[in-house]
Design a protein around this ligand. Structure first.
Ligand SMILES: CC(C)(COP(=O)(O)OP(=O)(O)OC[C@H]1O[C@@H](n2cnc3c(N)ncnc32)[C@H](O)[C@@H]1OP(=O)(O)O)[C@@H](O)C(=O)NCCC(=O)NCCS
Length: 156
């Protein structure tokens, strides 16, 4: 089993996180406005708790979310390091910190990410039109829980 080093992000990591964010969105090919500037990115992650996963001494991916809403807002892995379990390790670590009833929104056009979440036991629990195309809400399937995501938050 592969072991990934996961830690909380620091401000000094932000340039690397932006590079991963832009590379992963560009490679996915399904995002509206895939590239963000440093200023835009700083606004996007404002108030989020961010965890990073290191691979061979460098950050390979990150996950960010709002603890108060139990909502995952960002999950990105460097394209060349995808399909090695890094996304799963980040998601597990984030779920452990956010607690039960965790949810997220995913662009309806992002079929690869949906395959990833479904493989990990997430199920569709809502949908909406969105400013940049439809999104679906995904919730980690758990017996006896009610997983409502905050209405105003959209996927990035
Ligand atoms: C989605 C993402 C975070 C997954 O990260 P990852 O490190 O590649 O995921 P893992 O290696 O842990 O994948 C676990 C399983 O999920 C499924 N999966 C992952 N990526 C997949 C893809 N592109 N297509 C189909 N299934 C996929 C597979 O079953 C995989 O297991 P396998 O490789 O043994 O077949 C990554 O692909 C990414 O950064 N995508 C671009 C950004 C994005 O869409 N983020 C989510 C926004 S809601």
């Amino acid at each position: 089993m592969r072991v990934h080093a996961i830690r909380l992000a620091e401000e000094a990591d932000h340039d690397r996180l932006l590079a991963i964010y832009n590379a992963a969105r560009r490679a996915a090919g399904c995002f509206h406005a895939p590239v963000a500037t440093a200023e835009q990115f700083a606004k996007l992650i404002e108030g989020e708790e961010i965890l990073v996963c290191e691979h061979e001494g460098r950050i390979a991916g990150f996950v960010g979310g709002w603890k108060s809403d139990r909502f995952i807002h960002h999950l990105y892995v460097l394209p060349e390091l995808q399909r090695r379990g890094i996304g799963s390790a980040l998601l597990n670590a984030c779920q452990a910190r956010l607690g039960s009833r965790v949810s997220l929104k995913c662009d309806a056009s992002n079929l690869a990410a949906q395959a990833f979440y479904r493989r990990r036991g997430w199920v569709e629990s809502g949908s909406g039109p969105g400013d940049f195309g439809p999104w679906i809400r995904l919730t980690l399937a758990q017996r006896g829980t009610n997983c409502d995501a905050p209405a105003g938050r959209t996927p990035e």
